[in-house]
Design a protein around this ligand. Structure first.
Ligand code: ADP
Ligand code: ZN
Length: 578
C-alpha cells in the first residue's frame, strides 16, 4: 500500500498555462490513457508528466510518488509511446509572464505534433504479447457470448489459408458497438493476442483533417503498414469520426475531406486479399450514424454488440481489477456489483483505482467499504454529468415495460420464443427483450404478424396496467407496430379492405382509400394493445416476480424467465410432447 502514499494529483505544469491544448489531469487519468494506448509521446521532468496524445488534447500531471512514476513510465513505454526524461529548469515567474514566448512555444508544439502525426509511426503498434502485457480472452471479464462470436475471427487469423480451404467465409471487418468503456479495445487486443498476430491501431479522429487528401493518405499509410504486418488486426477506434454518413452534394471543403477519407477506407477494405489475413476491427457507440456503404458485405459485415455488464459481469470485472489492490475483509465485490448498475468496465476499474488512492492518501493499510463508497460517489458524479445514469424509478419502469413484452411473448401462441430479457441500456433503448425467430419467416402469416404487434404493445400495456401511466420508452415499439399494421393492410391484403396495394411506390387510387387504410391499421394496433392489456392483467403476480428478478439480476435467461411462469411453462411444453 506504500506505493500509493502521498500522491498529489491534478497539478498543471505552470509553463503549460499559455496553451489551450493542455489540461491538468489526475494520476488515474494518465493510467487510463496509458491503457488505451493513445499517448504517443511522454515527457517526464522531475515529478511532472507531460503526455501528448494522438488526436486528442495534451495533459499534464504531477506525480510525486516515485513508485507510481515508475509504474506510469513502464505502462506508457509498454503501450508504445516514446518516453523522454528532461531536466528542464523550473520556468521562472518572469518567463511565464512573457506571453508571446508562450504563444510561440504553443505554436511550435502544434507544428511539432502535426509533424509527428504525419509520420507513419502515428499508429501505435504493439506486437501482441511483446510490447505490452498480453490480453487474453480470459482477461476480458464476462462477455461470454461476445467472445464466442469473436472466436471465429481468431481461428481465421491463426491460419487464413486453411480457414479458406475448409470453406469458412473469411471475416474482413468486425464492428464492435457499445458504450464507451465497455471493453471494445480490450477485446480487439485480446483477439490479436489469442491469434498471435500484430495489432495496429488508430483512432478514427486521427483521420480527421482540415486539408483535403490528408486523411485519405493516412488511411493509405495505415493499410500499407497492415499489408506488411499481415496477418494482423487493424483496429480503428471510434470509427464514427471517419465513417459517418457522407453528406450529399454539400460541397464545402470539410465534407470533401471527410468523403475522400471515407472513400479511401472503403477502397482499402475492398482491396485486400483474403489470403493475407488482415481483419479490420472497428468500434463505435453510434452504429446508426455510419455510412451504409461501410456495412455492406465484404466490409464491416459482422456486427457484435458489446453490452454494459450486468451484475454478474460487473462482479467478474471487479474481480479482475481487484487483483493487485489490498482489500479489507469487509469489502464484498458482489455488494459493489449490485450497487453499480449502469457502470461500464472502465467505470468499475476507475472505482477501484479511486478507492485505492483514497486509502493511500489516508495512510490506510487496505481499502475498506468507506473508501469504496466515496470512490463510487465520485465516479457517479462523473456519470451523472454525462447523463448516462439510470435512476431507481427509471429502472423499475424499464423492468415493468420489459416484463410486459416477455409475458406477451410467452403467451401469444405465434410469437418467436423469448430467450433473454435485460433492463441494461443498450444504445438508445432502455431495455431489450430478445426473441429468436424459430424458422425463416419469409412466409409471414397473419397470426404471426398480429402476435408480433401484440408483443410490441406488451411494454406499453404493462405501463398502463402496473404503473398507471405511459413512458416515452415505448416509442420505438409503437413505431414498429404501426409499420407492421400498415403493411398488413396496405400491402399484404390482410384486412377487411381486401387485397389492395397502396404501399410505397404504388400511388393510392383515392385519398379516401388511404384514409380507410389508416383507420384499419389503427384499429388493428388498438385491438392488439387491448389484447396485450388483457394478458398482462391475467398474469400480475408472475409479472411481479419477473420485475423483481430483473431489478436484482438485470439480465434474465430463458430458464429464469420460465421459472416465473411455472403454470404456463407446463402448458407450452404439452403441445410439443403430443
Ligand atoms: P472501449 O474501447 O469500449 O471504450 P476499453 O476497452 O478501452 O473500452 O476499456 C477501458 C478499460 O476498462 C480497460 O482497459 C479495462 O481496464 C476496463 N474494462 C472494460 N471492460 C472490461 C472487462 N470486460 N474486463 C476487464 N476489464 C474491463
Ligand atoms: Zn419496448
Amino acid at each position: 500500500m506504500g506505493a500509493l502514499l502521498a500522491v498529489v494529483l491534478g497539478f498543471a505544469l505552470r509553463a503549460a498555462r499559455g496553451s489551450t491544448t493542455q489540461r491538468a489531469a489526475t494520476y488515474t487519468e494518465l493510467l487510463r490513457i496509458a491503457q488505451t494506448g493513445q499517448a504517443f509521446s511522454v515527457e517526464v521532468n522531475g515529478d511532472r508528466f507531460f503526455v501528448r496524445q494522438a488526436g486528442a488534447e495534451t495533459v499534464t500531471a504531477v506525480v510525486d510518488e516515485p513508485t507510481l512514476r515508475q509504474e506510469l513510465v513502464s505502462r506508457f513505454a509498454g503501450a508504445g509511446a516514446s518516453v523522454d526524461f528532461a531536466s528542464r529548469e523550473e520556468p521562472s515567474r518572469a518567463a511565464s509572464a512573457v506571453i508571446p514566448l508562450v504563444v510561440i512555444a504553443a505554436v511550435g508544439f502544434v507544428l511539432f505534433s502535426v509533424n509527428r502525426r504525419r509520420s507513419p509511426k502515428m499508429f501505435s503498434d504493439a506486437k501482441a504479447g511483446v510490447a505490452r502485457a498480453p490480453v487474453r480472452f480470459a482477461d476480458v471479464a464476462g462477455m461470454h457470448e461476445v467472445k464466442q462470436e469473436l472466436a471465429e475471427t481468431v481461428e481465421f487469423l491463426k491460419n487464413p489459408q486453411r480457414f479458406a480451404r475448409l470453406g469458412g467465409r473469411p471475416p474482413r471487418g468486425v464492428l464492435l458497438t457499445g458504450e464507451p468503456g465497455t471493453g471494445k479495445t480490450l477485446l480487439a487486443r485480446a483477439v490479436a493476442c489469442e491469434a498471435g498476430v500484430r495489432f495496429l491501431s488508430a483512432s478514427g479522429s486521427s483521420f480527421q483533417e482540415m486539408f483535403v487528401g490528408v486523411g485519405a493518405s493516412r488511411v493509405r499509410a495505415l493499410f500499407a503498414e497492415a499489408r506488411k504486418a499481415a496477418p494482423c488486426i487493424v483496429f480503428i477506434d471510434e470509427i464514427d469520426a471517419v465513417g459517418r454518413a457522407r453528406a450529399k452534394g454539400n460541397g464545402d471543403s470539410a465534407s470533401a475531406e471527410h468523403d475522400q477519407t471515407l472513400n479511401q477506407l472503403l477502397v482499402e477494405m475492398d482491396g485486400f486479399d483474403h489470403g493475407n489475413g488482415i481483419v479490420v476491427i472497428a468500434s463505435t457507440n453510434r452504429a446508426d450514424m455510419l455510412d451504409p456503404a461501410l456495412l455492406r458485405p465484404g466490409r464491416f459485415d459482422r456486427k457484435v454488440t458489446v453490452p454494459l455488464p450486468d451484475v454478474r459481469g460487473r462482479e467478474e470485472i471487479l474481480n479482475v481489477h481487484a487483483g493487485p489492490i489490498p482489500l479489507q475483509g469487509a469489502v464484498d465485490l458482489g455488494t459493489i456489483a449490485r450497487g453499480t448498475p449502469g457502470f461500464s468496465g472502465a467505470d468499475l476499474a476507475n472505482l477501484l483505482n479511486e478507492a485505492a488512492i483514497l486509502a493511500a492518501r489516508e495512510g490506510a493499510e487496505a481499502v475498506d467499504p468507506t473508501h469504496i463508497d466515496r470512490a463510487r460517489d465520485r465516479v457517479l458524479m462523473g456519470l451523472e454529468r454525462k447523463g448516462v445514469l439510470v435512476d431507481e424509478d427509471e429502472r423499475y419502469a424499464t423492468a415493468v415495460h420489459e416484463a410486459g413484452h416477455v409475458v406477451v411473448g410467452l403467451l401469444a401462441p405465434n410469437c418467436d420464443p423469448v430467450h433473454k430479457v435485460s433492463i441494461l441500456p443498450r444504445g438508445r433503448a432502455l431495455g431489450v427483450t430478445q426473441a429468436l425467430p424459430e424458422k425463416d419467416r419469409l412466409m409471414y402469416r397473419k397470426e404471426y404478424l398480429e402476435d408480433q404487434i401484440c408483443m410490441l404493445m406488451g411494454g406499453r400495456a404493462a405501463e398502463m396496467v402496473i404503473l398507471g401511466t405511459m413512458t416515452a420508452g415505448a416509442s420505438d415499439d409503437i413505431q414498429r407496430a404501426a409499420t407492421i399494421a400498415w403493411k398488413m393492410v396496405a400491402e399484404l391484403g390482410m384486412s377487411d379492405l381486401g387485397p389492395i396495394c397502396v404501399g410505397d411506390g404504388h400511388p393510392a387510387r383515392s385519398p379516401a382509400l388511404l384514409d380507410r387504410v389508416d383507420e384499419t391499421a389503427r384499429a388493428l394496433t388498438d385491438a392488439q394493445l387491448a389484447r396485450a392489456v388483457a394478458i398482462v392483467k391475467s398474469r400480475r403476480s408472475q409479472i411481479d416476480a419477473l420485475v423483481k428478478g430483473l431489478l436484482e439480476k438485470e439480465t434474465l435467461g430463458i430458464d429464469e424467465i420460465e421459472a416465473c411462469f411455472p403454470e404456463d411453462r407446463r402448458k407450452r411444453a404439452a403441445p410439443q410432447a403430443a
